[in-house]
Write a protein that binds this ligand. Structure first.
Ligand SMILES: *Cc1c(COP(=O)(O)O)cnc(C)c1O
Length: 501
């Protein structure tokens, strides 16, 4: 398929202006010379219909949360209500300049101030920074805050404990923050092994980064003991709350003793994400860590009744993101929380946990779970049983696409007993029972196909715009232009029928 640049025709345009009115206009007479480009930019020259058809066609190749179930474990691909977009698109938010005087942007400041209060209430923390632009960015911010805390105390701690069931970004962030990562093994119930934790924790250790529910969707049962082990040795507890979908209104990390928490507003709090879209990995801390938070922090002056940017003081780790972070995500989160209310948030987590356990219960005879226990907001199964038929989990995922579903997360997490052929399903609260029943029916059908006609799986998908890609070739010979594509097809002797888009 041609890129929009390859569709360019010299002189073609999207608008035609009346010649008699515009012919004699000389730009040099209207604009100062320094504002005029000296060289003509090589922009694509296409008509309106070219543009519309190009992008409409591309959009049909895609699959998103607006098309159907997107059960991608650890990602919380939920439906994002349109009211969020409408609010984020309000002119006073969109056109608020981040360098305006606070007098002119009281509404935006109030939103950040009140969102902080709501997130503190939801998590049991004392203050949030809205600056970090993603979950991983929030983790790094949290790590820098923890590091600063110990620097101020004059303590030299250089190790960070991270369970093998943590999200992969945790060890990466800890290492970026300059700490040595010590892995803690899981026990036979899939949660942190408390004896190993107690052995590893000492006065040279910063603390523990806990993903909860962990990457296999299980809630850590030993949380009180974990808290004691870390705090008794003067350490800090970091909570990866990217997946707060399982906890809203049920448990609060602040109450469980956590000192730093990050939330992915772009997952739990319903902002479209994936493909690198704007995110917000906001960080909440307990009061003793507030001095280290980055800028900006919004305050409210009781006397003047005005919102203002606080002076964060000299202990702050500084700035981690320009201006106010990804402000539009904050507006969407604020809208979502207000439209659900406290009871609605609780119902949301209840529904996502029930959804995941419903799928787990209905599928466990076909795809074995590694632990026989209830899960949180996502369940982890394996396709191991089908290896004897020559079927990999990848084939199961590809076959799901033929039935119109986005595949779940596969081959993650990597640790035993999951290491083989993992399937991680997260059916968020926005999915109704009918959708889940359809999904379950198809997963069971695929398990039969795997035994009876495995070729249906190994050749899948057949019903999508692009069929199974050759992953190795795609890496070695990326197709970046239409000419690359024609050349490769010629080399591989592709038949016309293979050009399926
Ligand atoms: C998604 C996720 C992250 C990372 O968030 P990004 O916004 O992708 O950087 C961290 N931890 C957990 C548990 C996650 O699910």
């Amino acid at each position: 398929m041609k890129l929009i640049f390859e569709k360019s025709v010299p002189g073609r345009d999207g608008v035609s202006l009346p010649k008699d009115l515009f012919n004699d206009i000389k730009l040099e007479e209207l604009l100062p010379a320094e504002l005029l480009e000296q060289e003509k930019k090589s922009l694509t020259e296409v008509s309106e219909v070219d543009v519309i058809r190009h992008f409409t066609r591309l959009s049909k190749f895609n699959y998103g949360v607006d098309d159907g179930l997107y059960p991608l474990g650890s990602c919380t691909m939920k439906y994002n209500p349109r009211i969020n977009e409408k609010m984020a698109g309000l002119a006073n938010f969109v056109y608020a300049h981040p360098l305006s005087s606070p007098e002119l942007i009281q509404g935006s400041l109030e939103l950040m101030y009140r969102l902080n209060q709501m997130l503190c209430e939801i998590t049991g923390m004392d203050q949030f920074t809205m600056a970090p632009a993603s979950g991983a960015h929030g983790e790094l911010t949290g790590i820098l805050i923890m590091r600063k805390h110990f620097l101020e105390l004059g303590e030299k701690r250089n190790k960070m404990l991270i369970p093998d069931s943590a999200h992969g970004t945790n060890p990466a962030s800890a290492a970026m923050g300059g700490f040595e990562v010590v892995e803690i093994k899981s026990n036979e119930r899939g949660t942190v092994d408390l004896d190993s934790l107690a052995q590893a924790m000492d006065e040279n250790t910063v603390g523990l980064m806990l993903t909860n529910p962990n990457t296999v969707g299980l809630f850590d049962e030993g949380i009180e003991t974990i808290q004691r082990i870390i705090h008794d040795k003067g350490g800090l507890l970091y909570y990866d709350g990217a997946n707060l979908n399982a906890s809203l209104g049920i448990n609060r990390p602040g109450d469980a003793g956590f000192d730093v928490v990050h939330l992915n507003l772009h997952k739990t709090f319903s902002t479209p994400h994936g493909g690198g879209g704007p995110g917000a990995g906001v960080i909440g801390v307990k009061s003793k860590l507030i001095p280290y938070l980055p800028t900006p922090i919004v305050g409210f002056n009781e006397n003047s009744k005005k919102y203002y940017f606080k002076d964060v003081g000299t202990k702050s780790i500084g700035m981690v993101r320009s201006f106010w972070g990804n402000f539009s995500v904050l507006v969407k989160t604020f809208t979502w929380i207000l439209s659900l209310g406290a009871e609605g948030l609780y119902q949301c987590s209840k529904a996502s946990i029930i959804n995941a356990n419903y799928v787990l219960t209905k599928l466990k005879d076909y795809y074995k779970p590694s632990y026989d226990r209830f899960c949180g907001h996502e369940c982890t199964l394996t396709g191991r049983e089908y290896k004897k038929y020559g079927i990999k989990t990848l084939d199961i995922a590809k076959r799901l696409m033929d039935y119109g579903f986005h595949p779940p997360t596969i081959y993650f997490p990597h640790f035993e007993p999951y290491a083989e052929e993992t399937i991680m399903i997260e059916p968020p609260e926005s999915e109704g029972k009918e959708v889940l029943d359809d999904f379950i029916k198809i997963m069971i059908k695929i398990s039969k196909e795997a035994k009876e006609s495995p070729e249906l799986l190994t050749s899948a998908p057949q019903r999508t715009p692009i069929s199974r890609t050759d992953d190795v070739l795609a890496v070695k010979r990326p197709i970046l232009t239409y000419d690359d594509e024609l050349e490769l097809k010629d080399e591989l002797n592709y038949q016309e029928k293979d050009i399926n888009y």
